[in-house]
Ligand binder design. Structure first.
Ligand code: TYM
Length: 332
């Protein structure tokens, strides 16, 4: 079985619809066909200032949401990044292989550090992508299911894997990004020119999966479309409508041409009303299942402990090989 690995940050509490459609949904599907490793990346979460109690709560919350979304600990390895110390250890080796200029070109770092101000941004934020490289290489992953915004980090992973292999001999699998074209980038409902994200300019553009279903329905109904009335998939001329069609199509498994036909001659109102219902039917049980996992933190924690144990077995082997290749003296 080919192997997949991916991660999600616990920082923001509720996952948003972009996280789900762009990544987590694929994770659920891939556990059936792949040897799958998925993690909550708490080490990445401290690259920006965080509150300790919130981080701990959000880490459990993230794991609960992943289970609610359909990850099955019998079918995949689900764990918390900081439970596997090899991530930080391999990251150091990878840091020493990464060019300063190379790291400086990472666009997510540039965006995030610009927001914080260059003096406030941490060195951890700068080296964030290199930790992600270590995450992926530790598991010898063949594919990495993510949204479009992570593509550059996967490219860096490929470059560093090849560089290490070239210098020290074959050690790492060179992974590929697994990005589904249709859902690579889900857009903000109020500003379909930008991707949906927690830093949205208005909360109305962002669908949090744990919002009250009523709130979600309202946000869908007030999504920005255009002044025309025709329901047609056209990302250039009709980015708002196209985004709604993508969401609708993915959540229901109905093809976009079919949806275009269904709404031929009807207005945007009809589309939004129906999509609001589809969304409510999706988030209501999701929210309930998440709460059930949260209500039993002991089971959740022990499940994560088992996941970490499975992950560590793989990670430790890769790290030992790496340490050997770079010339560290083994501890006797
Ligand atoms: P994070 O936590 O920001 O996002 C989790 C996943 O959601 C995807 N995503 C989107 N997809 C489509 N449309 C959107 N609007 C949208 N917004 C977010 C992201 O692409 C991501 O796949 N650096 C990573 C976490 C990470 C990781 C890894 C991923 C750490 N180590 C190793 C893969 C492999 C991140 O911050 O994702």
């Amino acid at each position: 079985r080919p192997r997949v690995l991916s991660g999600i940050q616990p920082t923001a509490g509720s996952f948003h619809l972009g996280n789900y459609l762009g990544a987590v949904r694929q994770w659920v599907a891939l556990q059936e066909t792949h040897d799958a490793f998925y993690m909550v990346v708490d080490l990445h979460a401290i690259t920006v200032p965080q509150d300790p109690a919130e981080l701990r709560a959000n880490t459990r919350l993230a794991a609960a949401q992943l289970l609610a979304a359909g990850l099955d600990p019998e079918r995949c390895t689900l764990f918390v990044q900081s439970h596997v110390p090899e991530h930080a250890q391999l990251a150091w080796v990878m840091n020493c292989l990464t060019g300063f200029g190379e790291a400086s070109r990472m666009t997510q770092f540039k965006d995030k550090s610009a927001k914080q101000g260059a003096d406030r941004a941490s060195v951890g934020l700068f080296t964030y992508p290199v930790l992600q490289v270590a995450d992926i290489l530790l598991y010898q992953a063949n594919q990495v299911p993510v949204g479009e915004d992570q593509r550059q980090h996967i490219e860096l992973t490929r470059d560093l894997a090849e560089r290490f292999n070239g210098r020290f001999g074959q050690t790492f699998t060179v992974p590929e990004a697994y990005i589904l074209r249709e859902t690579a980038k889900i857009y903000d409902l109020q500003d379909p020119a930008v991707k949906m994200s927690k830093s949205a300019s208005t909360p109305k553009g962002l669908i949090n999966l744990l919002d009250e279903p009523r709130t979600t329905a309202k946000k869908v109904k007030s999504a920005v479309t255009d002044t025309d009335t025709v329901i047609r998939y056209d990302t250039e001329q009709k980015p708002g409508v196209s985004n709604l069609l993508t969401i609708y199509s993915t959540l229901t498994g109905t093809g976009i041409p079919e949806l275009e036909q269904k709404y031929a001659g009807k207005g945007y109102g009809a589309l939004k009303t129906d999509l609001a219902e589809v969304m409510v039917d999706f988030v209501t049980p999701f929210k309930e299942r998440t709460q059930q996992y949260l209500d039993d933190p002991e089971t959740l924690d022990s499940l994560l402990a088992k996941g970490a144990e499975k992950a560590r077995a793989v990670a430790a082997e890769t790290l030992a090989q790496t340490y050997d290749k770079v010339g560290f003296l083994p501890a006797k």
